[in-house]
Design a binder for this molecule. Structure first.
Ligand code: HPA
Length: 268
């Protein structure tokens, strides 16, 4: 990890206070940053390479007004075959660069029938069902405690600020519990009924491990899901990745407006 940090510090003087991870089809926000330094993941020592379609694979550092921001355009997923330590590598590097607030965006299936395709939903909590945890193995006490608390993993104050920005800008924001599945197959209708029964409103294949790693290091988190499709069996139609990307592209502009205004309020 130190080699990655050293590499980034040579490339830019930006010292990010906030970080953003852009999910499938949502990679537009990086263009908002001024005095940008873009570093392809392929250049950074130890950084996992993203293979998922719709993920650009670069770290962008720059300024949003006065604020120094780091954007991960593209993330590593467990289903790509990356070990957990690589899935959370970006989060840990940003935390070590000094980021105090992280915003995770993702594409998700809507389980809650109150959602519709294209909705933006603030994650209030997660149910991590990927079967392993980024903190498995010896604990690095310099990063955080062995048994970190997860009762406020998704910062309530951050969600309130996001809602205030949404209200001001006419951006409707739902709230719900995110179930993290391993993937890469989408869920069966029976799995979605199960997830609904255990209290999930959204389902996706990312975010939960990253939030666990961020909270381990004391970083406050906000997560925003874009409901790119209704989950399996909710509607009488199949799910495909093109639809996920198309919906992401449709909502991207709204998400950019939200992030642009919200980020400075998370670190003030
Ligand atoms: N399930 C899991 N992950 C997803 C979905 C889904 O329906 N849509 C986008 N990411």
């Amino acid at each position: 990890m130190q080699a990655a940090i050293d590499y980034i510090r040579v490339k830019t003087k930006i010292t990010p206070a906030a970080g953003v991870v852009l999910g499938s089809g949502l990679g537009a926000f990086a263009e908002e940053l001024a005095v940008r330094t873009e570093i392809p993941y392929t250049e950074i020592p130890g950084w996992p390479q993203s293979t998922a379609v719709g993920h650009a694979g670069k770290l962008v550092l720059g300024k949003l007004g006065e604020l120094d921001v780091a954007v991960l355009s593209g993330r590593a997923h467990l289903y790509e075959g990356h070990p957990m330590e690589k899935v959370v590598f970006g989060t840990r590097v940003l935390a070590r660069l000094g980021v105090k607030a992280m915003v995770y965006t993702n594409a998700a299936g809507g389980i809650n029938p109150g959602y519709s395709q294209g909705a933006l939903v603030l994650v209030s909590d997660h149910i991590h069902l990927q079967g392993t945890n980024p903190l498995v193995g010896p604990n690095d006490d310099s990063l955080g405690p062995r048994f970190p608390d997860m009762s406020d993993a998704y910062d309530a104050e951050f969600r309130q600020r996001a809602k205030a920005v949404g209200a001001r800008r006419g951006i409707e924001l739902g709230e719900g519990v995110y179930a993290a599945m391993l993937g890469p197959s989408y869920e069966t209708p029976a799995e979605i009924r199960y997830l609904r029964a255990i209290g999930a409103d959204l389902v996706g294949m990312s975010t939960a491990p990253e939030v666990i790693a961020a909270r381990h290091m004391g970083v406050r988190c906000l997560a925003i899901s874009c409901v790119t499709n209704m989950a399996a069996g909710i509607l009488p139609q199949k799910i495909n990745h093109e639809e996920v990307l198309e919906t992401g592209a449709r909502v991207r502009g709204t998400l950019v407006r939200l992030l642009r205004e919200l980020l400075p309020e998370l670190v003030s």
